[in-house]
Ligand binder design. Structure first.
Ligand SMILES: [Zn+2]
Length: 471
């Protein structure tokens, strides 16, 4: 079925202009003025922006953590993502030391392929490097198209890898054309601070934040960036929260190191005081790294503007307040880490960023879509509106005002961390490969219709990726 999207204002990372889009066989076939085709369904986008589908580079759907499993799976999570204007997610595939990487990848395929309503891809966690692992990595890239490896510098005795593992992963990634991603917090120091806090009887949610101060994030970010420079490799720092980490990334980029930084909406609009909410409600805001004191927010906004931070992920990892978060009553270390964010990521950046004059429309598209596609080897199939690209398109009402609430949310968790927040702007309709997933704010997609995306190697998209490092 052909479609013509008429009368809308197309916004890409580069341009804003009025034109029509002809969609055919799931792709953008033509962009022009006054297009007509008697066989095409007309989609009226009058008064609306037409954005390339947003890409969420950071999700944890149906992920085991701390004896429970994150609430949103690939069905509820991707439906919520689509409502929010996201048409591609890249989820983190966790691995087990000593077990074949392919086992973990197969598990992730099994829980996603008949559920996801939008296209999806995986990053692969690297917990150890040895001959056995090194032997498996080429096929992870070649056969699975997984071209990004995640190393945890925190979560001691769970996910944490040592510096040797990080460095060897950086070396190997350079050889193979992969991008290394780090969760940058000093896990050893956190472990010590946590032990001291518990010994002192400090068990409330706020101590989650106080035992992981900005310094441990800044130190780990700087360490990872320097090791990247030494290996002449490439690094993506997930969920940057604070001035210390932004400074480390900015310094590395000044030296010419290939270092990219991501932040998340929760760090832009919420702060550490949320963890002090009474009746254990602070647990709703427990994730790692933690929310920071308010003055870090403007540093993050500014870094998105200047390009020291490149992208926005959600770090979606939702847990119910009742039955999951409350596992940590009396011991903050047992609160499952994470929150339901996937649906509101794009709206918050639009409302707080574009509407409040912090970002231009084109910067907003670049940060939520284009730069992510370029970074992770999906461009130009994804991440822009151009002839030949997948017809992943968001028709967005920039003027509607609404209040974020769990009542109207499509995520599965029993609370929304942005409850009560007023935002301007909302996706009206969302196309994935030319088919409606969301039509007039209703889900009309098909469960399991999302396709698995094999991604290009880092360096294969030389021109588009190189420009990420230019200031
Ligand atoms: Zn994460």
């Amino acid at each position: 079925m052909k479609k013509i999207i008429k009368n809308g204002t197309i916004v890409t990372a580069a341009d804003t202009y009025k034109a029509d889009i002809l969609v055919e066989d799931g792709k953008i076939a033509l962009i022009g003025q006054d297009l007509s085709d008697s066989a095409a369904e007309v989609v009226d986008a009058q008064g609306h922006y037409v954005f390339p589908g947003a890409i969420d580079p950071h999700t944890h759907l149906e992920m085991p953590f701390g004896g429970t499993v994150s609430k949103d799976d690939f069905e509820t999570g991707t439906i919520a993502a689509a409502h929010g204007g996201t048409t591609t997610v890249i989820d983190f595939c966790l691995t087990d030391k000593g077990k074949p990487l392919q086992n973990s990848i197969d598990q992730w395929h099994a829980k996603s392929h008949d559920k996801s309503v939008i296209d999806y891809s995986f990053h692969l966690m690297i917990g150890e490097i040895n001959e056995d692992v090194l032997e498996q990595l080429p096929s992870v890239i070649e056969d699975e198209g997984i071209t990004s490896f995640k190393v945890f510098m925190a979560y001691k005795n769970v996910f944490q890898a040592d510096d040797g593992t990080l460095f060897r992963t950086l070396e190997e990634a350079k050889k193979l054309g992969a991008l290394v991603m780090v969760h940058a917090e000093n896990g050893d120091v956190i472990d010590h601070l946590v032990t001291k806090a518990l010994e002192a009887g400090q068990t409330d949610p706020i101590y989650h934040a106080l035992t992981r101060p900005p310094e441990v994030e800044g130190e780990a970010t700087n360490r990872a960036a320097e090791l990247t420079g030494l290996a002449d490799s490439q690094l993506y720092v997930v969920h940057v929260t604070c001035e210390e980490a932004v400074t480390a990334i900015a310094n590395a980029r000044k030296k010419g190191y290939k270092v990219i930084g991501e932040t998340c909406p929760q760090y832009l609009v919420l702060d550490q005081s949320y963890l002090e909410k009474p009746n254990f409600e602070g647990a709703k805001y427990v994730w790692s790294p933690p929310l920071r004191e308010k003055h870090h927010q403007e540093v993050l906004w500014n870094a998105l503007k200047t390009g020291d931070l490149q992208t926005l992920g959600s770090d979606q990892c939702s847990f119910d307040f009742k039955g999951q978060k409350d596992l940590g009553k009396g011991d903050f270390t047992k609160i499952p880490n994470g929150g339901p964010i996937i649906e509101d990521r794009v709206s918050i950046l639009f409302s707080e960023g574009v509407k409040k004059g912090r970002l231009s429309l084109n910067e907003f598209v670049n940060i939520t879509s284009t730069k992510i596609a370029k970074t992770f080897g999906l461009f130009p199939q994804k991440g822009t509106i151009s002839v030949g690209a997948d017809a992943d398109i968001v028709i967005f009402d920039p003027n509607v005002e609404r209040t974020i609430s769990v009542e109207t949310s499509h995520m599965a968790a029993d609370y929304n961390p942005f409850e009560g927040m007023k935002v301007t702007g909302q996706p009206v309709s969302v196309l994935s490969r030319g088919d409606y997933v969301i039509k007039d704010k209703e889900f009309v997609g098909k469960i399991g219709s999302g396709q698995y995306l094999k991604r290009s190697r880092f360096g294969e998209l030389t021109t588009s990726q190189e420009e990420l490092y230019q200031k």
